[in-house]
Design a binder for this molecule. Structure first.
Ligand code: NDP
Length: 518
């Protein structure tokens, strides 16, 4: 044997390498061979198993939100909201619930740069005393589409072309301009909020409308806003692009280093609360994910604070294997008739079953901190089991029994109707371009407007076909005529926003025909 003679003192300092079955390994350096130049033998099971495990190290990456990072912390209630919800994690001021947060980009793969223009995922798992509550939001209060059937198409348009394997701005603008409900979200994406300076300096939003129910059975529609206490800070387009070259892992590193250095990034949870009955006649359809509820209509109330104070001990075990699902609601919190939310209720759990496995909820990062008494059983990698507990319900052997009074609230009343494929019920001011227009005119200052224009022009000017560019101009002109004109100038098509030439008029007609107008 040519294994170096390790001194006792070296072994005193290090644990002994073992196989995964815990048996001491013979060497970290040398395979078993017949003489120094002889063949490697197959019965060196340690080396063989090392290769086999290495070949299986990756689980499929998330189809969306693949590149991310995360941290542990807690949520603390700072205001009494028991008049709105009976949720146990919100039961009294001062109550703390452990949290795991995962932040991510949307379109890029695992190794993609952190600072690209993209929405950011903002997913929280609250380990409440009534089971896990997952709030799987983004850093924007709205989304690109409002019906789950368009989600896969939208994501495909953000990913890569089937032939070249390249991302394509042409494909993105083609989809967006043919889906004008995207205008509000694209306006935010193209603003400097599309390139956050750090994960600590962006807000998080539940985005969907959810319901809360109080102990008396009264229901409310609600929206979650996590406002960064660090203040919103963004990169300019140029700064973000420079950072993709300088440090593709900049956001991951920044979050890790700030927490390791003793900082505790914090967000203030503010809620918008709408009385249940007001939804029917509200000026916007309150369940349409492409719209916000203006603050003046439903002023946000402070509820609590989210604090992140501990880095993961292991990236794969915690960040990669974390599985969030909007279906994980707790008593006192329910869904709403948001069609995107209903699609996500199925899709998230399903993707984790595929990605991590049938028992992904048994992994420590996903396991609730309360007793689990489920009738689901067995499957690959079963770890938690119920011993000899009955495997069916109902049973006469003392097995668990559901409790409708304690269960999460999933329902609301719906008017009966014909089964069919419908657009959302239209409310008085529903318009695909209106809220994007108020963002541009009323919220942004001159610098933000200038950056919006230059960001759009840079993006839509990069390998986007002429006919799509004409639609881009029509799309932004529908948001605001001045914005359309500025984009047209930037794209070198100054006459296009006037619809003077036939192809511009045709592009404008196409965008208008596909849009929802008030
Ligand atoms: P307000 O003037 O009350 O609120 C405007 C909000 O816009 C701010 O509070 C801030 O949200 C957000 N904001 C500021 N700059 C930007 C930007 N560059 N990109 C995206 N959001 C920005 O107005 P309204 O509530 O009447 O809403 C007007 C418009 O503001 C909406 O059409 C929407 O585009 C945008 N907005 C509204 C939000 C809402 O929930 N009402 C939330 C976010 C944006 P924040 O405080 O969350 O940072």
């Amino acid at each position: 044997m040519t294994e170096p003679n390790l001194s006792t003192s070296s072994h005193d300092r290090h644990p002994v390498t073992t196989t995964d079955s815990g048996i001491p390994a013979a060497s970290d350096e040398y395979s078993l061979t017949v003489g120094p130049s002889g063949p490697t033998v197959l019965h060196d099971h340690y080396v063989v198993q090392k290769m086999q495990h290495f070949n299986r190290e990756r689980v499929p990456e998330r189809v969306v939100h693949a590149k991310g990072t995360g941290a542990h912390g807690f949520f603390e209630v700072t205001e009494d909201v028991t008049e709105f919800t009976k949720a146990s994690f919100l039961a009294h001021i001062g109550k703390r619930t452990p949290v795991f947060a995962r932040f991510s980009t949307v379109a890029g793969e695992q190794g993609f740069p952190d600072t690209v223009r993209d929405p950011r995922g903002f997913a929280l798992k609250l380990y409440t005393d009534e089971g896990n509550y997952d709030l799987v939001g983004n850093n924007t209060p709205i989304f690109f589409v409002r019906d789950a059937t368009k989600f896969q198409d939208f994501i495909h348009s953000q990913k890569r072309l089937p032939d070249t394997g390249l991302r394509s701005n042409d494909m993105q603008w083609d989809f967006w301009t043919l889906s004008p409900e995207s205008a509000h979200q694209v306006a935010i994406l193209m603003s400097d909020r599309g390139t956050p300076r750090s994960l600590r300096t962006m807000n998080g939003y539940g985005s969907h409308t959810f319901s809360w129910i109080n102990a008396g059975g009264e229901r409310f529609w609600v929206k979650y806003h996590f406002k960064t206490v660090q203040g919103v800070e963004n990169f300019t387009d140029a700064e973000a692009k420079a950072m993709t070259a300088e440090d593709p892992d900049f956001h991951r590193r920044d979050l890790w280093e700030s927490i390791a250095g003793g900082e505790t990034p914090e967000w203030r949870l503010e809620m918008q609360v709408m009385p249940f009955e007001e939804a029917a006649d509200y000026r916007f359809n309150p369940f349409d994910l492409t719209k916000v509820w203006p603050h003046a209509d439903y002023p946000p109330i402070t509820v609590g604070r989210l604090v992140l104070d501990r880095n993961p001990a292991n990236f794969f075990a915690e960040v990669e294997q974390a599985g969030f699902s909007p279906a994980n609601l707790v008593p006192g919190v329910g869904l709403s008739p948001d069609k995107m939310l209903m699609g996500r209720i199925f899709s998230y759990h399903d993707t984790h079953l595929h990605r991590i496995g049938a028992n992904y909820e048994q992994l420590p990062i996903n396991a609730p901190k309360v007793e689990v008494n489920s009738y689901n059983k067995d499957g690959q990698m079963t770890y938690r089991h119920a011993g000899s507990q009955p495997v069916y319900a109902p049973n006469s052997h003392g097995g668990p029994q559901a409790d409708p009074l304690r269960a999460a609230d999933l329902g609301w009343t719906v008017a009966s109707g014909e089964l069919g494929r419908y657009a959302y019920e239209k409310h008085a001011e529903d318009d695909d371009f209106g809220q994007a227009g108020s963002l541009y005119r009323d919220v942004m200052d001159d610098t933000a407007r200038e950056h919006l224009v230059t960001n759009i022009v840079a993006h839509a000017g990069d390998r986007v076909a002429d006919e799509v560019q004409l639609r881009v101009i029509a799309y932004w002109a529908s948001v605001d005529p001045q914005l359309g004109a500025r984009v047209a100038v930037g794209l070198g098509k100054a006459n296009a926003s006037s619809s003077a030439d036939p192809s511009s008029a045709q592009a404008a007609e196409l965008v208008a025909a596909r849009a929802n107008r008030a």
